[in-house]
Write a protein that binds this ligand. Structure first.
Ligand code: P5A
Ligand code: ZN
Length: 477
């Protein structure tokens, strides 16, 4: 059975060891908050991104690519947005020896570069809706402690979607579609999540409201892995995004935007890991099956030959298969691939050759199975599906166990302080009480659950008024 002790008790150390050992990321780049993707990590990142692109394209989004620099005057047009981002912007002030007339912001997000172009493109109702996305690098001068993939100053996998609509209902429906897309995305990755409406004081700068996806790190802290914002007409009014309706009247559009980053890849790594290292879901694993020949003295040749044949057969069948024919002891190879999270290992020794079988070892459970050569393709497919399902279930089980009802502040504090996960407690809805809850428990209010069907029970732990709703509170990354 896979052990999961260090993974939980010493998560931070586990995470940085894995980034190095599994060839995911080089963390010694000499600028704080900037990191280097390594080959195995980049392959993983690209397959995760592939799922997102597919989901967006299937739902009518089109990819674009905007410049990275935004002139100061455009950047500073929307007052709320500016207030939210001002402290996080890197400025380009010089071109060579010349001081620039207009400072240029390195985008911290792209609303203020994309929407001025929308104003040139939107004329009539026929130009709507617009549904675009891009995958770009953004810069945020984060002041909290930086962490690879989790809190970056250069985010290298910022997938942001931006939409414009004729009316408020359509924008609202777009928010719901985005939530659905993100749910499917995280489901395909087996990453558990809770969806909640952020409280007003944690709403995206310039948005009417924000919906967020949070997962749980093994250390009991939540990680925001995606957000969906209803922007209303805030940006439309500032950038003049108007269309002419049937009667000749002009209306401002309604907008939404939603984004994810490489935090999602951090989530995949951390929710599925164990003390032996990574354990990657087969649909995103750069290598799904590794074939390891186990030579035995003089009988070496057929073992190597058959291992090669098995690898080729799998590759032809469409699996991402790899033959490890390095001159190393099998035990070292096992360790090497386990650490890198390859879901399935096929061992081929003299006995397997004699019996016309291969010995499969499943990464998630460590279970060994003898597989007849004849049934190789179907069995491998079955085992990979089984691993995907098991990883998803294991992660969701732990997540559900970590979301607990807390009747009062004491219980909430207990959960938050012990890093025991997420507490659900009653709230009157007043901002002052909400902030007091955060203050007294040392937690962060994630907000009201989107699918939380449960009736608000009890009373607000601060003012003792009848609860209007129940909210989630946790220590957040
Ligand atoms: C939505 C896309 C936006 O920026 N504008 C376009 C909107 N929202 S957000 O919540 O600020 O960011 C979206 C997601 O990006 C991740 N994220 C980060 N990841 C790593 N390092 C950072 N410094 C960082 N900042 C944001 C979060 O997952 C967030 O939900
Ligand atoms: Zn209250």
């Amino acid at each position: 059975m896979a052990k999961r002790e260090r993974w939980q008790k010493n998560f931070s150390e586990w995470f940085s060891d894995i980034l190095r050992d599994a060839d995911i990321m080089e963390t010694r780049y000499p600028v704080k908050g900037l990191f280097v993707w390594l080959p195995h990590g980049l392959k993983l990142r690209n397959s995760v991104l592939g799922i997102m692109r597919r989901l967006l394209e299937e739902s009518g989004h089109q990819e674009v690519l905007f410049p990275q620099l935004i002139p100061e005057n455009l950047f500073k047009k929307e007052a709320e947005h500016i207030r939210g981002f001002e402290g996080q912007v890197y400025w380009v002030t010089h071109g060579g020896h010349d001081k620039l007339d207009v400072k240029l912001a390195l985008r911290p997000t792209s609303e203020t570069s994309i929407y001025p172009m929308f104003s040139l493109w939107i004329r009539s109702h026929a130009d709507l809706p617009i549904k675009l996305y891009q995958v770009v690098n953004i810069f945020r001068y984060e002041t909290k402690m930086t962490k690879p993939m989790i809190r970056l100053r250069e985010v290298t996998t910022f997938k942001e979607a931006h939409t414009a609509h004729a009316d408020a209902d359509e924008a609202e429906a777009q928010v719901m579609e985005a939530v659905k897309i993100y749910k499917r995305f995280f489901d395909e990755l087996g990453v558990p999540y809770v969806v909640s409406k952020r409280p007003p004081w944690d709403t995206f700068a310039g948005a009417r409201y924000s919906i967020a996806f949070d997962t749980l790190a093994p250390d009991g802290r939540t990680l925001q892995i995606g957000t969906v914002h209803n922007l209303g007409q805030n940006f439309a009014k500032v950038y003049g995004l108007k269309y002419e309706a049937a009667g000749g009247k002009h209306h401002y559009v309604y907008q939404t935007c939603y984004g994810i980053s490489e935090r999602v890849i951090a989530a995949v790594i951390m929710v599925h890991g164990d003390d032996n290292g990574l354990c990657l879901p087969p649909n995103v694993a750069p290598i799904q099956v590794v074939v390891v020949p186990i030579p035995y003295k003089a009988k070496e040749a057929p073992v190597e030959q058959i291992a090669t044949a098995v690898k080729n057969e799998l590759a032809t069948a469409g699996f991402r298969a790899h033959l490890d024919d390095r001159n190393l002891r099998p035990g070292n190879k096992f360790y090497y691939w386990e650490r890198r999270g390859v879901p399935l290992r096929l061992e081929i020794g003299p006995e397997d050759v004699a019996k016309e079988q291969v010995t499969a070892v499943l990464r998630d459970t460590g279970e060994k199975r003898a597989i007849p050569r004849k049934a190789l393709g179907t069995k491998v497919k079955q085992m990979l599906d089984e691993i995907a399902e098991n990883l998803r279930e294991r992660a969701w089980k732990l997540f559900r166990e970590s979301l607990k009802d807390a009747p009062d502040l004491g219980a909430t504090k207990g959960i938050v302080k012990k890093r025991g996960g997420i507490a659900r407690l009653p709230w009157c809805g007043q901002e002052s009480c909400g902030k007091e809850i955060e203050e007294q428990t040392g937690g962060d209010m994630l907000g009201e659950e989107l699918d939380g069907a449960q009736a608000p029970a009890g009373t607000c732990p601060i003012c003792s008024k009848r609860a209007k709703t129940s909210v989630l509170v946790a220590k957040a990354y």
